[in-house]
Every structure is written in structure tokens, then in C-alpha cells.
Write a protein that binds this ligand. Structure first.
Ligand SMILES: O=C(O)c1cc(=O)[nH]c(=O)n1[C@@H]1O[C@H](COP(=O)(O)O)[C@@H](O)[C@H]1O
Length: 236
């Protein structure tokens, strides 16, 4: 079964522990993002790993190449499965990120997958054009970032499932598309703008989906997770 990645957007470790209590011994693929990491630090990763979960460390690095390279050297030591940067940091920054990750990965250990955010799923085309003064359409901007990311030697991108088909046309087979902005039909969209259901993401060909609030804010998180897991594996 392909597991949806659960965004553990909680303010502290206790919030995560309470949430995980709903799941007995199931081994999950979880995402640790800024909210949790800035409060709990790298130890939250060590703790979740010890519980047997796989981790996507979502810190979206975006800085000068040297700083990102050095930071990635440290992130590699945490033994996460995946981490990310912003493609807007540019090719030199992304190349630096990969260099740091390779250098920091101990012998015999697996290098974390490295992916780059194209346009956030909370960004609409109008907002992108207004805020970032980008004159092309959103799909073109996302495709451009995907090609730049591939040219920089990264493993894939973060995008909306709405852009996956276009990206797959201009990138290699192994290049991955990880898609947040997932909303089961009828669920609240919140601040997301480019949303897709788990079933549609499966049909479109996303490689990974990231789901937060539809699971974490549910009254019955395990049931919500199971339903999304089923849809995401083509059963709907
Ligand atoms: O890099 C990410 O994970 C990310 C990129 C993006 O473009 N959009 C996006 O929503 N995310 C993350 O994916 C999660 C989505 O959470 P929900 O909107 O609650 O499902 C959040 O933790 C976001 O930080």
C-alpha cells in the first residue's frame, strides 16, 4: 500500500503523541514541518524514527547556496527519508543543497530524497502574478521550476496534483511529484487554493500525497486516514 504522508502540524510533541495514540502500532509516513520543528528541534525526528515512522522533514530551505549546503549537511545526519528546498532559491542553491545532503549522509546510509517547492498550493495564479510579478501562467511557472529542479540534480518537486501531468511530460520517469493540497470531497479547503481529492491524485499520477488537517483535525483521525489510504490506492 502507498501511504499518504500525514502532515504533523502540531505545536508540540504532546500534540503529536495524542494524535498518534489513535493509530496503535501502524508505521506511518509523517511530515515534520516548521511549526513542530521550531518548537521541538531535531529531537522530534529522533523520537518519531524510534517509533518506526518514516519522515519527510519539510523545512523549505531558501537562502544563499553556501548556507543551504551547510544546513543540508546537518539535515542529512538526522536520517530522514525526504527533505525540501524552494526552487525559487535557484539552480546554484539547489545544487548546493544536494552537495550538502550527499556530503552529510554517512556511508551505508540512504541519502534522503531532495525535492523543491515550485509554487505553493496556497498560491493562486492571480496571487502569483501579482505578488511575485511573474508574467506567465501558473502551470508554466511550475513546469519551469520542475525543469530547473531536474537540471539541478534533485529528485523531484512539490506541486499541486493539477500540474503533475504537465510536469511528467517535461521530466524523466524517475522524477517525483509530491502533492499537498489534498482535500477529500466535502472537506474544508482552508487556505489551500489548488486542491485535488485523493482519488483524483491517484488517477493523475502523483507519486506522493501530503494530507494534514483532513486527518489531524478529524474527530476520528484513524478513520479519516484509512479512507484516504484506500482512495489513494485506487479503491473508490
Ligand atoms: O512542502 C509542503 O509540504 C507543502 C507545500 C505546498 O505547496 N503546500 C503545502 O500545503 N505544503 C504542506 O503540506 C501540508 C498541507 O496541510 P493541509 O492543508 O492541512 O492538508 C502543510 O503542512 C503544508 O506546509
Amino acid at each position: 500500500m502507498n501511504r499518504p504522508i500525514i502532515a504533523l502540524d502540531f505545536p508540540d510533541r504532546q500534540g503529536v503523541a495524542d494524535f498518534l495514540n489513535h493509530f496503535s502500532d501502524e508505521k506511518l509516513y509523517v511530515k515534520v514541518g516548521m511549526e513542530l520543528f521550531y518548537q521541538e528541534g531535531p529531537e522530534i525526528v529522533t523520537w518519531l524514527k524510534a517509533l518506526g515512522h518514516d519522515i519527510f522533514l519539510d523545512l523549505k530551505l531558501h537562502d544563499i547556496p553556501n548556507t543551504v549546503e551547510s544546513a543540508m549537511r546537518g539535515i542529512a545526519k538526522l536520517g530522514v527519508a525526504m527533505t525540501n528546498v524552494h526552487a525559487a532559491g535557484g539552480q546554484l542553491m539547489m545544487e548546493g543543497a544536494m552537495r550538502g545532503l550527499v556530503a552529510g549522509t554517512a556511508e551505508g546510509q540512504r541519502r534522503p530524497q531532495l525535492i523543491a517547492v515550485t509554487q505553493l498550493t496556497s498560491t493562486s495564479e492571480a496571487a502569483m502574478q501579482h505578488d511575485q510579478l511573474i508574467a506567465v501562467g501558473l502551470a508554466e511557472s511550475v513546469s519551469h521550476y520542475a525543469q530547473l529542479t531536474q537540471a539541478s540534480g534533485l529528485d523531484g518537486v512539490v506541486c499541486s496534483a493539477l500540474e503533475v501531468s504537465d510536469i511528467k511530460k517535461v521530466t524523466a520517469n524517475a522524477f517525483v511529484c509530491l502533492t499537498p493540497g489534498i482535500r477529500p470531497s466535502g472537506s474544508q479547503v482552508g487556505d489551500q487554493k489548488r486542491v485535488v481529492t485523493p482519488a483524483d491524485a491517484y488517477q493523475i499520477g502523483s507519486d506522493y500525497i501530503v494530507v494534514g488537517r483532513p486527518i489531524t483535525q478529524s474527530e476520528t483521525p484513524a478513520t479519516a486516514y484509512k479512507k484516504i489510504l484506500t482512495e489513494w490506492n485506487g479503491d473508490y
